[in-house]
Design a protein around this ligand. Structure first.
Ligand SMILES: [Zn+2]
Length: 190
């Protein structure tokens, strides 16, 4: 039997979930499919904008607004992160960031990104962003919107660790390697 939820699923998101840490991959996939199919209305979809980031990708983000000051068109760039490679939970495959995708004109294309955390696009009297927050909290995820310095698109399942504890595990060889689409990932042992 085919999973009807896949008909509404975002392929890019499913690909990104595949490279989350194996300990959380299936849970995040289930929560994603459920919220995307049943909690958001037909004009709203959920996308995971970022999941796992390599150390190189993290260092490249850290450079933006610091050593990389301009984009290709000459626009001045601001800082986007305070985390260097190894200092983000994303580097361990245990974090993901969300964005809502809207079909604003009903043509079936979800081509408008939204980070609006209070809008109720599906008209069910609950902000869509918070429906997603509830769905991920239900699987035990921590939401960046609850932090002192809020990061509302961010979710993580860190198993009581901070990035230092995770980095320590890598240094101590407490990890397993998994190859996905010819890229090798180091997953810390939990
Ligand atoms: Zn994040």
């Amino acid at each position: 039997m085919t999973d009807k939820r896949l008909k509404y699923a975002d392929q890019i998101t499913l690909e990104r979930i595949k490279v989350l840490h194996p300990a959380i991959r299936d849970k995040v996939r289930e929560a994603y499919l459920n919220v995307n199919t049943h909690m958001l209305g037909k004009c709203v979809r959920l996308r995971l904008a970022y999941t796992t980031r390599s150390l190189e990708e993290q260092d490249a983000l850290y450079a933006i607004g610091r050593t990389k000051l301009f984009d290709a068109s000459g626009k001045r760039l601001g800082k986007v992160t305070n985390a260097k490679g190894g200092q983000s939970i994303h580097n361990y495959g245990l974090a993901w960031d969300i964005v809502l995708l809207l079909d604003t004109n009903g043509d079936g294309n979800f081509d408008t990104a939204s980070w609006d955390t209070v809008a109720d696009f599906d008209g069910d009297m609950v902000a869509d962003w918070m429906e997603v927050v509830d769905a991920f909290k239900a699987i035990g995820a921590e939401w960046g919107g609850d932090w002192k310095f809020t990061d509302k698109p961010h979710f993580q399942m860190a198993f009581g660790m901070d990035w230092r504890a995770m980095q320590e595990k890598i240094h101590n060889g407490e990890f397993e390697i998994e190859e996905i689409d010819r890229i090798k990932y180091k997953w810390i042992k939990l």
